[in-house]
Design a protein around this ligand. Structure first.
Ligand code: 16G
Ligand code: ZN
Length: 527
C-alpha cells in the first residue's frame, strides 16, 4: 500500500497547526493520530538519511495530564532530533492529506535521501491510555515506508534513548551497552556496585513515581541490586492511567513546593519524585517541625558538581569541569558553584538541547534545569584519559579515576534520567555520609517566585543573553531594570513559554515578601 492509502486511515484534523517544539509534538491525545502516523514516515526518512542507522520514537507527554500525549524522535546517538529536522517534522505534520506523498517526495529530493536504504526504528511509550493506539498509527507510517521496526512497549524516555544509542554503537569501540531493557539495568547495576564498592548498608530512598512508568522500571532494577539499593516505591499505580501525575511526581512537587500525595515521611527521610516518563527527578524532605524542603535540579547540580570536582582534582588528569544552568537556576546556587566550587557556570536558554550542547564544551559537563532534568557528559577525550591512565598511579589518584569511570557508566549520558540520577545522588550522599539536611546546607536558596501571565501575543516577547533580558517589546527591559534595583538581591526576567500560550515571570530577592512584590511589579508591566 502507498503512503496515501495508509493515510486514509489517519486523516489530519482541520484547523490545527502542529509544531515540533522542545518536547516534540505534544497536545490532547485525541488530536495526535495523524501526527503519530506521519512521525512514522519521518522517522523512516531520518533513518534513511542516516544511512540506515536506528532512530528512536517515544510516545509520551511526560508530566502533562493523563488526556495529553506526545511524540518525539531520538537521533542515533540517543540525543534529541537535530534542530533542522524539527522544521521538516512540522511540514510533514501539517501537509494536507492529499499532498502527503508529494511532501515526502519533496523532502527526499531536497535532502538527497537514498530511499533504497532500509530504515530502522525503535519505539517506546509511557503508561498513558492513548499510547497503544498512537503506536499503531506510528507503525502504519513505518509500514508505508517499508521500514524495519521494533516496538519495545512500555519504557521510560531515557531507556529508549539508551537503547537507540546502544543499537547504533554495538560492536564499535564506543559500544554503550547491550541494546535491551535488561542491558540498561545490567549497566546501571554494575556501575553502581563499582561506584560504591564498600557500602556498610544499602542505599535507601522513598521514591514517588508519579503513578508512571518509572515505578515498574525502578522496581526491575532494584530487584537486581538486593543489598545495594533499597527503595520504597510509592505512587506506583502505572496501570491506572487516570492517576498519572495527579497530585504527585516531580513537576507537582517542584511547582507547588510541597510533598506529593501518598507519602508521610519521617523527619529528614530522603524522598525522590520522578515525572511521568522518568526523565526528571527532584528530591525533598521534611524537618523535625514538619516544614517542607525542596532539593531541586540546582541542588542536584551543586551536589554532583562538588563530588566530581573533588574527584577530578584527585584524578589529576587535567580534566575541565563546568556546570550549565538556565536563568531559572537560583542565584544562590550559581554563586555557590562559582565562589565555593570554583567551577565555571554557563547559562543557556531553557530546553534540554541548549544545555546538553553547552555541556559538551567541557571534559566533564554537568547540566541540570531547576525542574530536575539533567545529566553529566564525559567528553570522548576525557573517557580516553580515564581509560588509559596508568594502573600503578598513587592509590588516591587510582581510586578517583576508578570512581569517575564508574560514574561515566552510572550516568545516562544521552539525556536526563530519573533512575540514573537517583543512583548518582544516592552515591554522593553515601560517600559523604550525608542525609538530606547536610546536602541542603551547602547554600540557602534565595526566596523566589514563578508566575504565568497570559498576554495578547507572546511572540512579541523576544530575549537575549540566555533569556535573561528582553529586546522586545521596546522599553520593557528598562522598566524591569528600574524596579529590580529597588529590591535586595533582586533579579527578575520575563520570557515567552515554549510549551504554553503565556509568558513566565521569574523573580527572586532576599526575602519571600520581596520576591513576591518584585514579581507583582514586573507582572503589572505586562498587562
Ligand atoms: C520543555 C523542555 C524542558 C523545559 C520546558 C520549559 C525538553 C526536552 N523539555 O518541557 O527542558 O524546562 O520545556 O517550558 O527540552 P516552558 O518553555 O513552558 O517554560
Ligand atoms: Zn519527562
Amino acid at each position: 500500500m502507498s503512503i496515501d492509502d495508509f493515510s486514509k486511515d489517519h486523516p489530519k484534523p482541520d484547523g490545527i497547526n502542529f509544531g515540533y517544539g522542545t518536547a516534540g509534538f505534544r497536545m490532547k491525545a485525541t488530536l495526535l493520530d495523524s501526527v503519530a502516523f506521519r512521525v512514522g514516515i519521518l522517522a523512516a526518512l531520518r533513518s534513511q538519511f542516516k544511512k540506515g542507522q536506528t532512530i528512536g520514537v517515544m510516545i509520551t507527554a511526560s508530566h502533562n495530564p493523563p488526556p495529553d500525549n506526545g511524540v518525539k524522535l531520538v537521533d542515533p546517538l540517543g540525543s534529541m532530533l537535530e534542530a533542522s529536522w524539527e522544521v521538516y517534522a512540522a511540514e510533514l505534520a501539517n501537509a494536507p492529506d492529499n499532498q502527503l506523498q508529494a511532501k515526502v517526495d519533496s523532502l527526499v529530493s531536497k535532502l538527497n535521501i537514498d530511499t533504497s536504504v532500509r530504515a530502522h526504528v525503535v519505539i517506546g511509550r509511557d503508561s498513558r491510555e492513548s499510547g497503544p493506539a498512537l503506536v499503531a498509527a506510528l507503525e502504519d507510517g513505518l509500514k508505508a515506508m517499508n521500514a524495519n521496526y521494533n516496538n519495545y512497549g512500555l519504557l521510560t524516555t531515557p531507556q529508549l534513548h539508551y537503547i537507540t544509542r546502544a543499537i547504533n554503537t554495538k560492536g564499535t569501540p564506543d559500544a554503550y551497552g547491550a541494546p535491551t531493557e535488561e542491558g540498561y539495568y545490567e549497566k546501571l547495576a554494575n556501575a553502581l556496585k563499582k561506584a560504591v564498592p564498600d557500602l556498610d548498608e544499602p542505599l535507601k530512598c522513598v521514591v514517588d513515581c508519579a503513578n508512571g512508568i518509572g515505578a515498574p522500571k525502578l522496581r526491575a532494577l532494584a530487584a537486581m541490586l538486593d543489598g545495594t539499593l533499597s527503595v520504597t516505591i510509592v505512587n506506583d499505580q502505572y496501570k491506572e492511567p487516570p492517576m498519572l501525575n495527579m497530585d504527585c511526581g516531580a513537576d507537582y512537587v517542584k511547582t507547588n513546593q510541597r510533598l506529593p500525595n501518598g507519602v508521610t515521611p519521617e523527619p529528614y527521610q530522603l524522598l525522590a519524585s520522578f515525572d511521568g516518563d522518568a526523565d526528571r527527578i527532584v528530591f525533598s524532605y521534611v524537618d523535625d517541625k514538619k516544614a517542607f524542603h525542596l532539593l531541586d535540579g540546582d541542588k542536584i547540580a551543586t551536589l554532583v558538581g562538588m563530588y566530581i570536582t573533588e574527584l577530578s582534582k584527585e584524578a589529576d588528569l587535567d580534566l575541565s569541569v563546568g556546570v550549565v544552568q538556565t536563568a531559572y537556576a537560583n542565584g544562590s546556587s550559581t554563586k555557590y558553584i562559582v565562589d565555593n566550587l570554583k567551577v565555571p557556570v554557563v547559562c543557556t536558554p531553557t530546553g534540554v538541547k541548549h544545555l546538553h550542547h553547552a555541556a559538551e564544551a567541557f571534559d566533564i559537563g554537568i547540566y541540570f534545569e531547576a525542574n530536575g532534568h539533567g545529566t553529566v557528559l564525559f567528553s570522548p577525550a576525557a573517557q580516553i584519559k580515564l581509560q588509559t591512565a596508568p594502573e600503578d598511579c598513587g592509590p588516591v589518584q587510582r581510586r578517583a579515576i576508578d570512581s569517575l569511570l564508574a560514574l561515566s557508566d552510572l550516568i545516562n549520558q544521552t539525556v536526563g534520567d530519573a533512575i540514573s540520577d537517583l543512583l548518582l545522588v544516592l552515591v554522593v550522599l553515601a560517600i559523604n555520609r550525608w542525609g538530606p539536611e547536610e546536602w541542603d546546607s551547602a547554600y540557602k536558596d534565595l526566596p523566589n517566585r514563578l508566575d504565568k501571565v497570559v498576554v495578547k501575543d507572546r511572540s512579541l516577547f523576544k530575549t537575549t543573553d540566555a533569556e535573561r533580558r528582553l529586546t522586545s517589546p521596546p522599553g520593557l527591559q528598562d522598566k524591569i531594570d528600574e524596579v529590580v534595583k529597588m529590591f535586595n538581591q533582586g533579579r527578575s526576567f520575563v520570557r515567552a513559554s515554549g510549551t504554553e500560550d503565556a509568558v513566565r515571570v521569574y523573580a527572586e530577592a532576599a526575602s519571600k515578601a520581596e520576591a513576591d512584590a518584585l514579581s507583582g511589579r514586573v507582572s503589572q508591566f505586562l498587562h
